[in-house]
Design a protein around this ligand. Structure first.
Ligand code: UDP
Length: 321
């Protein structure tokens, strides 16, 4: 197949490109490099089946006939989407429409990356796909939450009324190599702080929970869904739930760091709990995650070390002693 990966230079988008190329497909990544990075795709430079188009998908595009469109284009960490609030709303609306129009034009399949944020600060626990969520439509996270909910609505409309073969994955917190060192997410912050010997900043009292999925498990689940006949949203995430304080302690264990834990203010509308019910993915796709948090953190450590080393090199070059 010839496949478009929108947001192909991002954390998940670049891993999707790798997996699709590994399965023998030809991949065109499209990215405006707002939060995506060319370095995530550097290893694909000489692959004749791969190309990167630097383009903002909010403007229409057409790179010729394709068989599948994967839409992973959006700022995705709270720090990134609050910094790029309007861009996040636009890429989740105009960008999604442009991707859907390409799929419609070429009779291609379409998969949109949605999010556990669709459930907001959930009042049902764990979250099943049929739960409609508890989202603040005007709060600081709304630019992301509502963009993703709109993207789901647009995708369902193209499925129902334009007969596009669409798929919706609801992604829960995912981590691993290529997560940006400075995206402000909990795993990147804790790993950076632990490896530097800085205090780990736990927001609030650390009792809020998250469920972390290692990137290879996440990609495996997404590709299984892409090959399925399922059109309604499907949770792909790891159902092992940790408090943020437990997560901080685990990072200290895995890195062997002597850093201490420091408490800081809890951001507004920070969800208190988050855990996927993955019964549907288990049954439909025969999928469940294999890598637990401790193993995944160990697997990610070299990557974060390298990020810190190159940041140090840049800083030394800018401020020579
Ligand atoms: N968090 C934290 N310290 C940090 C970064 C995040 O305690 O340095 C908390 C944050 O308040 C949230 C959780 O960790 O409760 C996950 O935050 P993240 O930004 O990774 O993503 P979210 O799941 O909130 O979208």
């Amino acid at each position: 197949m010839r496949i478009l990966v929108l947001g192909g230079a991002g954390f998940l988008g670049s891993h999707v490109c790798d997996a699709l190329l590994g399965d023998g497909h030809t991949v065109v990544a499209v990215d405006n490099l707002l939060t995506g990075r060319v370095s995530n795709l550097k290893h694909l430079e000489s692959d004749p089946r791969f190309s990167l188009e630097v383009h903002d998908i909010c403007k229409p595009f057409d790179y010729g006939k394709v068989d599948y469109v994967f839409d992973f284009a959006s700022p995705a960490s709270p720090v990134d989407y609050m910094t790029h609030a309007v861009e996040t709303l636009k890429v989740g609306s105009a960008g999604v429409f442009n991707g859907l129009d390409v799929a419609w034009k070429y009779n291609a399949r379409f998969l949109i990356s949605s999010t556990s944020e669709c459930y907001g600060d959930p009042l049902e626990h764990p979250q099943r796909e049929c739960y409609w969520g508890n989202v603040n439509p005007i709060g600081p996270r709304s630019v992301y939450d509502e963009a993703k909910r709109f993207g789901e609505a647009a995708t369902m409309a193209y499925y129902r009324y334009k007969k596009v073969d669409t798929h919706i994955v609801r992604i829960f917190n995912t981590y691993g190599p290529r997560l940006q060192l400075n995206d402000g997410r909990v795993i990147s912050n804790f790993m950076k702080q632990a490896l530097r010997g800085d205090d780990l900043t736990v927001y609030g009292d650390g009792s809020q929970t998250r469920s972390f999925c290692y990137v290879s498990d996440e990609i495996d689940g997404i590709l299984r869904l892409a090959h399925s006949e399922e059109h309604l949203p499907t949770n792909i995430g790891n159902p092992s739930e940790f408090t943020i304080l437990e997560c901080a302690r685990l990072v200290l264990n895995v890195t062997g760091s002597k850093s201490r834990i420091a408490f800081a203010a809890l951001p507004e509308d920070d969800p208190k709990q988050r855990c996927p019910d993955i019964s549907k993915a288990r049954q439909l796709l025969g999928w469940e995650p294999k890598i637990n948090l401790e193993t995944g953190l160990s697997l990610s450590m070299d990557y974060f070390r390298e990020c810190l080393a190159s940041e140090q090199m840049v800083s030394n070059a800018c401020h020579p002693h």
